[in-house]
Design a protein around this ligand. Sequence first.
Ligand code: HEC
Ligand code: HEC
Length: 286
Amino acid sequence: MPKAKLFLIVAATTLGLALAGLLGGALIVYGGLYNVAATRQHWQVTHSVLETAMRQSVRVRARDIQEPPLADERAALRGAACFSDKCVQCHGAPGVAQGDIGKSMQPLPGPLVDVNRHWRPRELYWLVRHGLKMTGMPAWEYRLADGEIWDLVAFMQYLPGLSATQYDQWQQKATAMALPACGRSSSTPMPPGPADVQRGRQALHQHACTACHSIPGVTGTAAFVGPPLDRFASRELIAGTLPNSQENLARWLMHTQKIKPGTAMPELGVAPQDARDIAAYLLTLH
Ligand code: HEC
Ligand code: HEC
């Protein structure tokens, strides 16, 4: 067969297959053929492939994280208190069932009692800090300070060895220490340094802003509960009450209900750093 003819056949076959693939894909999407019900399980092979991809993704990304010393029992006790406050509802603990929401999530958030067999401390830090896309595991960097995430990692080093009774004793010891509640809030001090526009863009997603507002540059379903925030930099007033500036915008995000009592926008407990970064991002929208 002449070379030119062979080339034509190969090219036509490739194009044909690609078109068939596209048509098949379009049929599945627009024909509603894929069942999204939470009661439908993945095939075992799909589950295994997704799990392997997740594990490798975390390993590669956590490779260069420097671990602080983790043997400190005080840090682990702080972590124990934070764990009971923020993680047990979904993951459960020795002798403690997860809440109803955690029990019915897909994928299921498992008990973390064997977690240090699968993950190194720096990988646990990465997982807790960044969360897992498409699973419901939150990115805690917007809810916890960096030190609090390491406290949790320290606690997870002890967790596998704890019986239900010991877990309970840890919680009692932590309560006796009268620790401040873990978590960032609008009263957390502002770290020094300039506003970080890119961090602000991510924070918009992590504080549920996109549930109510359409925001240019942030992926989300078109939402019209609150006003769209496009071209926000050219707005004169914030919610018709405050002159538009970075500082006032940050105040609006931290103290929404104090600034405009009864407004439909809830107060979201945005920490000062996030409020500053979000405000900086919104003011880049011309
Ligand atoms: C809203 C529910 C929810 C909360 C709250 C939550 N998680 Fe998760 N977590 C998940 C889900 C869902 C997964 C993914 C499970 C999977 O893919 O197998 C997960 C996965 C993980 C993993 C990876 C486990 C593995 O080996 O697969 C770790 C570690 C983890 N979470 C730690 C934490 C810690 C620490 C906290 C508290 C700061 C926390 N999680 C709070 C839902 C939650
Ligand atoms: C539950 C829905 C809801 C959520 C979540 C929400 N907002 Fe709002 N937002 C509103 C509503 C409603 C208004 C209009 C308030 C008014 O004018 O009284 C508003 C007003 C605003 C305004 C002023 C808009 C204007 O046209 O002057 C800004 C800026 C804003 N929101 C930013 C945010 C950011 C940033 C977040 C996330 C941290 C957020 N919102 C989360 C509902 C929401």
